[in-house]
Design a protein around this ligand. Structure first.
Ligand code: 8ID
Ligand code: ZN
Length: 352
């Protein structure tokens, strides 16, 4: 018996720039030939969803918009060309909802760079609804034994930090400074870093985030709201006082993007991942040259990064704290996020 799919569903809909999201009933979408329809059970709330609502980025978005791109659920329908995934499979919908699969970037496993990419909860409706659509080639097939609430944040935050750590080139035993360590991406970054054999230096603010980071395995926590000299503190916490081998910039503020160069070690890498509105990465040319610093960006991950990030989780290596709230509470969660008051991730439970 195929699952019964209703005509209407509950969703959080952004109707104008700046929001707030409106909780209302909208039609259930129908999957196209190369798409699947996923009955979403849980979805994470990423800071990107807040950037989208606030129109922070120079990238046009769909309006009205159903946000969300960390959706975990069950496939309930599929188009006739949808391959590799079946009705009944557990599946995740990610930020990269679809790409052309035939351009040079797609062919060389850089799908996030495809000019025709479709983005969940940004250019197409996302996962803050009961039924969401994804291109079959891009949805993540999830192992059945993996809990759908805990795995939801892996679908953006997990994949992104895992990819960012790989892009940093840091090797086992080296120290990675995670800036914004107390947030959704940061909490997962600490766990992936540890699982990859890296040593973690966490930077964020407040006692709740300090306690969480220490529990997640950070060897050092530096409170950016309290320190008098963050550069000296980072250096003092790294072997030989040389600075961090890699810096993962996950914060939603510009300052660390201009500071990292002062505390990264010579030959080290700075990886920009957080995307504060209207911000610039700035580094003195002299230090960049004579310290041979590698400054780069990292943007989500390709399909195989997704498989690997989920696999780390499925093998029990990744435990990051998350709080569960009903879909209806999204506006409250956005407020807490805006104020920087969320340690870890919020996961929304979708009514069934
Ligand atoms: O592919 C990508 N590059 C990608 C993927 C997913 C998300 C990028 N992002 C971006 C988001 O759009 C957002 O800009 O990464 C950023 C972080 O997302 P998040 O982890 O979902 O946000 P959060 O949970 O609000 O955490 C941000 C943390 O930064 C801290 C805050 O205290 C919070 O814990 N922070 C801030 I704001 N300023 C800081 C500072 N100066 C800081 N931590 C250290 N130093
Ligand atoms: Zn995200």
């Amino acid at each position: 018996m195929p699952p019964t799919i209703p005509d209407k569903q509950w969703a959080q809909v952004i109707e104008k720039k700046g929001g707030p999201p409106v909780y209302k009933q909208i039609p259930v979408p129908k999957p196209g030939p190369d798409e699947v329809l996923v009955n979403i059970k849980y979805t994470g709330v990423c800071h990107t969803d807040l950037h989208a609502m606030n129109g922070d980025w120079p990238l046009p978005l769909k309006m009205p918009l159903v946000g969300g791109h960390e959706g975990a659920g069950v496939v309930v329908a599929k188009g006739e060309l949808a391959k590799g995934i079946e009705v009944g499979d557990h599946a995740g919908i990610k930020w990269l909802n679809g790409s052309c699969l035939s351009c040079e970037f797609c062919k060389t496993a850089d799908e996030p760079l495809c000019a025709e990419q479709q983005l969940s909860g940004y250019t197409v409706d996302g996962t803050f609804q009961q039924y969401a659509i994804g291109k079959a080639a891009h949805v993540s097939k999830l192992p059945e034994e993996v809990p759908l609430d805990a795995v939801a944040p892996i679908l953006c935050a997990g994949i992104t930090v895992y990819k960012g750590l790989k892009e940093s080139g840091a090797r086992p035993g080296q120290t990675v400074a995670i800036v914004g360590a107390g947030g959704g991406l940061g909490s997962l970054a600490q766990q992936y870093a540890k699982a990859m054999g890296l040593r973690v230096l966490a930077i964020d603010g407040g006692d709740e985030k300090r306690a969480m980071c220490e529990k997640l395995g950070a060897e050092t926590f530096i409170d950016f709201t309290k320190t008098k000299d963050i550069v000296a503190d980072v250096k003092a916490a790294t072997p030989g006082g040389l600075g961090a081998h890699a810096v993962l910039l996950l914060a939603v503020s510009e300052k660390p993007f201009q500071q990292a160069c002062d505390y990264v070690r010579s030959r080290g890498s700075i990886v920009a991942i957080g995307m504060p509105a209207n911000a610039f990465v700035k580094a003195p040319v002299f230090e960049t040259v004579v310290k041979m610093i590698n400054i780069k960006g990292s943007y989500v991950g390709n399909r195989q990064d997704g498989v690997e990030a989920v696999d780390f989780f499925a093998r029990g290596l990744i435990h990051a704290p998350f709080k569960v709230a009903p879909l209806e509470d999204l506006p409250k969660i956005f407020e807490l996020m805006q104020q920087g008051k969320i340690a870890g991730r919020y996961v929304l439970e979708i009514p069934q």
